[in-house]
Ligand binder design. Sequence first.
Ligand code: FAD
Length: 294
Amino acid sequence: MRISELLARDGVTFSLEVFPPKTSDKYTETAEAAMEIARLGPDFMSVTYGAGGGTGDFTAGIAAGIQREYGVPTLAHLTCVSSDRAHVMKMLEVYRENGIENILALRGDVPQGGQVSTDYRYAVELIRDIRENGDFCIGGACYPEGHIESANKREDLKYLKEKTDAGLDFLTTQMFFNNDIFYNFLYRAREAGINIPVIAGIMPITNAKMLKRSVAMSGTDVPQRFRAIVDFFGTDPAAMKQAGIVYASEQIIDLIANGIRHIHVYTMNKPDVAEGIMKNLSSILHLSGVRYED
Ligand code: FAD
């Protein structure tokens, strides 16, 4: 099923992200975690694409498995900055053969000292190529706080509009911990003429190390309230996990209460974290048609 059709329905959509293994010896273990998450019955699931592009078959395999075993539609990610056009065309074929209709088209992080594509500089070029080479539903990434490389938010929004106009069906945001930043972004995006659905990406932070890593990678603002939670509970793994699940749940409740219809949770392949959030939101998700049973 195309994600654009799901997003056009009445009510809230609730989706979950998993990532593929880096090496084949971890494939079974990773696929099992992804299936446990699929069993929870989200509206759709996304499967990320390994940096460097060498593990695209794992992305396709896990995405196809989720659709086959649980009937949950999947969104397979695809990056371009470390690939040439021939590899991208091959991946489109692999996705097509695996019954994958939805692609999140990304540039990927520019590898430090690594091989950079001569065919692609920005995601917009990948989006145009996918549009011209198949009937995929295409999503793109957006950054409520501005992408870490961009000079300012206005410039970032200009390129986001160009990316959207190249043929995107929807956007998914980078994680954020302060909903006001997202509301402000959404207002600016609409003012800039970006009118496609925007899916809010929520990352449950379940240990202190994870917060440090996520913030270093994305530059995401951490509100004082959340900093205090990590400072206080960070040394107790069970307490921190519980606090992280509750914080993410509260963020989602606030988003839904303020009219945001599409929520995507970065599960980090942790079924218990995905389930914890769905349990906290069970009545709210029932309203949206997600059938989570305790
Ligand atoms: P782009 O849209 O190309 O933007 C990158 C930068 O270039 C921005 O600063 C933008 O303002 C600027 N820019 C864009 N167009 C132009 C232009 N024409 N001229 C000048 N500047 C321009 N990474 C992975 O490796 N695998 C994944 O599966 C993955 N999934 C992700 C999912 C989501 C929801 C998000 C938010 C990110 C994900 N990433 C993933 C990370 C992503 O690849 C990086 O953030 C990357 O640095 C930017 O990718 P992009 O597609 O947003 O790039």
